[in-house]
Design a protein. Structure first.
Length: 312
């Protein structure tokens, strides 16, 4: 994330968010998160176990963010209630351990661009969750949902005609549902008012859960430091500084201050960034299934977000 995004966030969340602050955070999420799919693929390709790698990412970022906030405002800023801790742990588990962790596990065989396109369906899952909560969307919204899921089905069933394994694709789809669920219910969980404090506790709780999941998967036995390529450490450092400290903090800020329909627009940009970087840097093939399925998903998401924005 851009270094200016965290500085623009209010310390307590008490002041109303300005349009400039919201759009700064949104642009950070647009661009930086698109590049994290590439970085995650680099990390797992470098023989860093996915769950332990992502746990290192979020635990390191959480500790650094806690230290920075404490130096700036004192340790009292980090105090939260039991209810706030439970809320942060819930979101950290859904978004990070289950959501981001699923992406890392899947990208062992799923190309980074294809992973980003499947994750782009998150706004569609968000809409279904809203329907499950009793909301009645417009007809145009339903058209968008059906179109978008059609594109997602094409990519999931064909694997984009890549090396992606069906189990990896299934894990990724489950991860997107977990991320959508956490994003949907985050504002109702009594999270800390300070979005940066929220982000650091979600990263600490989520990272801790990732360590436990990694141990259950037997990842410590597959961790050999002497076999890890240097590019893996570079990718991990990028994920810590930009993907977590910057982008995840910006996303937490948006969840607290922006409508979910606006937040969901990052699904337009992330896939394009991820597919382009995967092709340019990792020489990932862009098949016709990826182009067609990706275009259909983006069209569907665009219809959903446009219809809901008019409604609001």
């Amino acid at each position: 994330m851009a270094a200016s995004a965290p500085a623009a966030v209010p310390e307590t969340g008490a002041r109303p968010a300005s349009g400039a602050m919201i759009w700064t955070a949104l642009v950070v999420v647009y661009i930086v998160w698109g590049s994290t799919y590439l970085a995650i693929r680099v990390v797992v390709d470098a023989e860093i176990p996915p769950m332990l790698g992502m746990a290192t990412r979020f635990l390191t970022a959480g500790i650094l963010l806690a230290a920075a906030l404490s130096l700036k405002s004192g340790w009292r800023r980090l105090r939260i209630t039991a209810r706030e801790a439970i809320g942060a742990a819930t979101v950290g588990l859904l978004l990070l351990a289950f959501g981001n962790g699923a992406v890392a596990i899947a990208e062992q065989t799923v190309p980074s661009g294809l992973a980003a396109l499947l994750v782009a369906a998150i706004p569609l899952w968000l809409m279904l969750l809203r329907v499950g909560g009793g909301e009645r969307p417009r007809a145009l919204t339903w058209v968008g949902v059906l179109i978008g899921f059609g594109g997602a089905a094409l990519l999931a069933l064909s694997g984009g005609n890549t090396s992606a394994k069906p189990l990896s694709v299934a894990i990724l789809v489950v991860g997107t549902i977990c991320w959508a669920t956490g994003s949907r219910f985050a504002p109702r969980l009594g999270l800390p008012r300070d979005p940066l404090v929220t982000a650091l506790y979600e990263m600490l709780f989520g990272g801790t859960a990732m360590v436990l999941i990694g141990v259950l998967r037997g990842e410590p036995g597959r961790l050999h430091f002497d076999q890890i390529h240097g590019s893996g450490w570079v990718g991990l450092a990028y994920l810590v500084v930009f993907g977590s400290l910057l982008a995840y903090s910006a996303y937490s800020y948006l969840l607290a201050n922006a409508p979910i329909s606006l937040i969901g627009t990052y699904a337009y940009v992330n896939p394009a960034v991820a597919v382009g970087l995967g092709w340019l840097i990792l020489d990932e093939h862009i098949t016709w299934q990826i182009l067609l399925g990706g275009a259909v998903i983006i069209i569907g998401v665009a219809l959903v977000v446009t219809a809901e924005r008019r409604r609001n």
